[in-house]
Design a protein around this ligand. Structure first.
Ligand code: FAD
Length: 317
């Protein structure tokens, strides 16, 4: 029992980035234990997903054809059956909406301990040492679990696995007890603004309380248009009802890793930074040179956003 099983995450036909990050985390753990890394893709276009998951460091990909989208019962039963068959030391699941939905059920059925929302993982071969953040990232805690164990992995904490691997790709014949599924997903209905997934954007123009009034968001949208970027925000903008919840970056919003993150009138509170610190290049526009965001910015523009933003828009139009 030294292997690691990681279960990929997808939605609406797209494999989510956290799947590749899970592979990296899984490979690190498998190196610690001296075992193999197995990846499972469940439901949807599994053959396509399996090819994508065949990255360097993956030993085997298991495909399970059953339905199209995430389903709690299907994922729980499949992961438990795969674990029974493969006998992994660790099961890694994404700390996504989907992952958090079924991870506790998997741990419970397997009768093993679980740790959620981990930002670092290592194993000495017997004990799983997981790092979690508390109080919005102000404190790190170390949790030690015996083996086997289940862990959910926070997005954007590990680099995405790259390269093409030489994993075996095999179909896993799952035996789903349909009577035990309990609930069935019948379809999806988008809420307003639900078509936008800020975690997929390459460039984010993110606005904070410094914008002062809802009408002023227009200059932010103009800049986003000029840059072909997506608008996101800090929490107060969402709390005010100026942008929908799916635009919020941070601990209680989304974790984003764009190529460029432009923080406009955002102070950089730990709860906000928790959601964007993995961005490749951070640009901050703030009148306060001591705002925490200025410390983590690659380009810190110490000036009034009402002067800088229209000037930038003009440059890029
Ligand atoms: P402020 O902190 O008020 O900062 C506004 C900034 O704008 C200041 O730095 C100011 O100098 C600058 N500014 C003002 N005028 C101008 C101007 N004209 N030109 C340029 N700059 C200007 N927050 C999140 O964002 N996401 C979360 O997910 C989140 N989750 C939370 C969860 C919990 C449990 C808690 C307790 C809090 C959470 N918060 C979250 C809130 C967080 O603590 C901060 O309150 C919030 O991030 C502050 O938002 P802000 O930076 O827009 O506003």
């Amino acid at each position: 029992m030294t292997d690691v099983l990681a279960v990929a995450d997808h939605r609406r036909g797209e494999l989510r980035d956290v799947s590749y990050e899970l592979i990296t985390a899984g490979r690190v753990l498998a190196n610690d234990t001296g075992g193999d890394l197995h990846v499972a893709v469940i439901s949807g276009t599994v053959d396509e997903f399996a090819e994508k998951c065949n990255r360097e460091g993956v030993d085997a990909v298991h495909t399970v054809e059953y339905g199209e989208e995430f389903d709690h019962g299907v994922y729980t039963q499949t992961t438990v059956q795969l674990a029974d068959e493969l006998d992994p030391q660790y099961v890694l699941l994404p700390n996504s909406v989907n992952g958090l939905d079924y991870a506790p059920a998997v741990a419970s059925r397997l009768e093993v301990p679980i740790v959620t929302d981990v930002v670092d993982l290592e194993s000495d071969g017997e004990t799983l040492i997981a790092t979690r953040e508390m109080y919005g990232g102000k404190v790190e805690t170390t949790v030690e679990l015996g083996s086997p164990a289940v862990a959910t992995v926070r997005g954007a904490e590990w680099p995405a696995a790259e390269g093409t691997g030489d994993a075996t790709i095999e179909r896993f014949d799952v035996d789903i007890d349909e009577d035990a599924l309990g609930a069935t997903v019948n379809g999806f209905e988008e809420v307003a603004g639900g078509d936008v997934d800020i975690s997929d954007a390459d460039v984010l123009v993110s606005v904070g309380r410094g914008i002062e009034e809802e009408e002023n968001l227009e200059i932010i949208r103009d800049l986003a248009d000029a840059l072909d970027a997506t608008v996101s925000s800090s929490r107060p903008i969402v709390d005010n009802g100026w942008l929908p919840k799916n635009r919020q970056v941070g601990q209680s919003g989304k974790v984003v890793t764009p190529d460029v993150y432009i923080a406009i009138g955002i102070s950089g509170a730990v709860q906000h930074v928790a959601g964007m610190k993995g961005s490749d290049t951070i640009v901050a526009i703030n009148t306060n040179p001591n705002a925490p965001i200025m410390d983590i910015a690659d380009y810190a523009i110490h000036d009034d956003l009402f002067d800088v933003v229209p000037a930038l828009t003009e440059q890029f139009q």
